[in-house]
Write a protein that binds this ligand. Sequence first.
Ligand code: ZN
Length: 285
Amino acid sequence: MQAAIFGAILLAASGAQAALPPNRATAAIPPRPARLQLPRIEGPKRSDLPLVVIDAGHGGHDPGSSSSDDSEREKTIALAIAKAIRDELVESGRVRVALTRSDDRFLILAERREIARALHADLFISVHCDSAPTPAARGASIYTLSETSSDRVAAALATRENKADVINGVDLSSASNDVSSILIDLAQRETMNTSSAFAARLQRELAPLIGLKPTFHKFAGLMVLKAPDVPSVLLETGYISNDDDLALLTSSSYRHKIALGVRRAIEAHFARQLVEKTRDREEMP
Ligand code: ZN
């Protein structure tokens, strides 16, 4: 549904451009990386079912954060959790699912986001582990997109997680496009609202299963979340820098709990969307 709305807005935008002042007519659709390798879609072979893209953070030469004794890497734990979520979703049979990476490879942030866009995904979940200089910091949290990060920690995270693209030498987020920024903003806002609604649902479903930070939902200007047409969240599953969290994150039973919470939130999210879609159709004259 998101994609359809966005398509309509793009169509409207191409007609509306001439009327816009020149400085508003260049906009913020990030460009697509030249060679995009699309992953396999798993689950039922039904294109009418929603598609969820799960993104294991980091990979290849970008290890992400490390444990206090330097024995564990974020990229490895994130991949194991992403696969647990994938397996749980395939088992549910209610959605289709794709992983941005299923092995230890490096993808730039724009590739991860653009894979979701190219597949017309209905939801994008980037999976990470947190780290902090304070060893006591524990628990899971979630980030959705905002132009202004909600606090200093969120801003620091944005800097850390966005670094991968800077390393690659090209700032893909600043390229311009012919489509009006006003209309892109509208689509982005709708997408951000859906992302926030999913974050709230995920909080409800994860709370009985895993440890959450007191402030679970935060906002950050994360590159990987900037698809204007795919609701996106970044899930920090726990702290790799805390030994107790680390023991949980590296156990398959805890990973299964995370996956179960995500599955329940996803099922509720799309069930709700279906109800809203049906209601919208009935309200049409
Ligand atoms: Zn990370």
